[in-house]
Design a binder for this molecule. Structure first.
Ligand code: 5GP
Ligand code: MN
Length: 323
């Protein structure tokens, strides 16, 4: 698999007039921050550019959408370029796939370990802590000005995907980019207040209820918890407001792996997996049709919650025994 260079991708972007950006489904801080930064830079360069989404933006990330995001798949017709951002495969472009493929040229900018090059132009670097790092690289390679708003969107991407610069994916380079973003005038404290201290009360209520479902497997080396549609109805919380719970489960002393099971509206089970220092959860997710990173991965299962629970418990036990 050969990557294109940032220069090749910048040249393709320069040639297009209409450009649609595709974050992965259930876009997170990295996907939305990266898309917002790229969208602003491309609009400043005179392009017709939109971020095409298909679901709700979580409250605490809505500040990133300064009229960049749309759910209107026909907003540009068939674009000159489609760019998928932080998105590892067509599955995660979900119901926007036909629009994605209607472009003359498709581009992928991503940092997932399990991503194969499925576009005309690809820049996939699993050593990057966040796709936001790659957007920073692309914009600087093509000489685009990193203004304050672009810098804040990239900072949001990086701060969320690195768990506030704590996770093992955080590198010297990550901090160097953050330093450059400070030079561009970011108010890092304010961005963190937007992201981490702007929760709805319902979010704390669903967290409380979900943590109550916690159980240990593999002799306490793994923890599993879940959320059901019924629990969401009872608390009035949205499913995306359970983001972050799986990291809390992992934070328990002696726990190597944490799994959070989410019953989606259509009854499917979305699996979020995390590991601390040893288990490769991307590998486990891949065997169940998903993917991700070594320490953070996921998949979607079409079975009952209790079947999903049993399957996951067995795979975790196997995986942990083999370490
Ligand atoms: P999360 O648990 O936060 O939803 O996802 C953690 C990581 O696993 C993300 O980097 C995400 O890309 C990956 N991931 C989650 N669900 C899926 C999935 O269904 N398919 C693939 N390929 N990756 C997933
Ligand atoms: Mn990411």
């Amino acid at each position: 698999m050969r990557n294109n260079t940032f220069e090749e991708i910048a040249a393709a972007l320069a040639q297009g007039k209409s450009i649609l950006l595709f974050p992965h489904i259930h876009a997170d801080g990295d996907a939305l921050g990266s898309c917002s930064a790229l969208c602003r830079a491309l609009r400043k360069a005179g392009k017709d550019c939109w971020v095409l989404i298909e679901d709700r933006i979580p409250e605490n990330l809505q500040f990133l959408d300064r009229d960049y995001c749309t759910t209107d798949q026909d907003i540009l017709g068939a674009p000159d370029l489609s760019v998928c951002v932080d998105c590892s495969d067509m599955d995660r472009i979900h119901n926007r796939g036909r629009r994605f493929l209607s472009a003359k040229v498709t581009v992928c900018i991503d940092h997932h370990r399990t991503t194969d090059s499925f576009c005309d132009l690809n820049y996939i670097d699993s050593s990057a802590a966040a796709t936001g790092e790659l957007i920073y690289g692309l914009l600087t390679a093509c000489g685009a000005e990193i203004d304050r708003e672009i810098a804040e969107a990239i900072f949001a991407a990086i701060v969320t995907d690195t768990g506030r610069f704590q996770y093992s994916n955080t590198s010297r380079h990550t901090h160097e980019i953050a330093a450059a973003l400070y030079d561009a005038g970011i108010d890092a404290g304010h961005i963190c207040t937007e992201i981490y201290e702007s929760m709805r009360m319902e979010r704390l209520m669903i967290r409380n209820m979900a943590l109550n479902t916690m159980s240990t497997v593999a002799g306490g080396r793994a923890v599993i918890a879940y959320v059901t549609q019924e629990m969401l109805r009872e608390t009035g919380a949205f499913l995306d407001e359970t983001d972050g719970i799986v990291e809390e489960l992992r934070s328990i002393k002696g726990v190597e792996a944490a799994v959070f099971l989410k019953e989606a509206e259509d009854g499917s089970i979305k699996v979020s997996m995390r590991s601390k220092e040893a288990l490769n959860v991307a590998e486990i997710a891949q065997t169940m049709g998903g993917g991700g990173h070594i320490r953070a991965a996921g998949c979607t299962l079409t079975c009952s919650l209790s079947d999903a629970y049993d399957q996951i418990r067995n795979r975790l036990t196997d995986g942990l025994e083999r370490l």
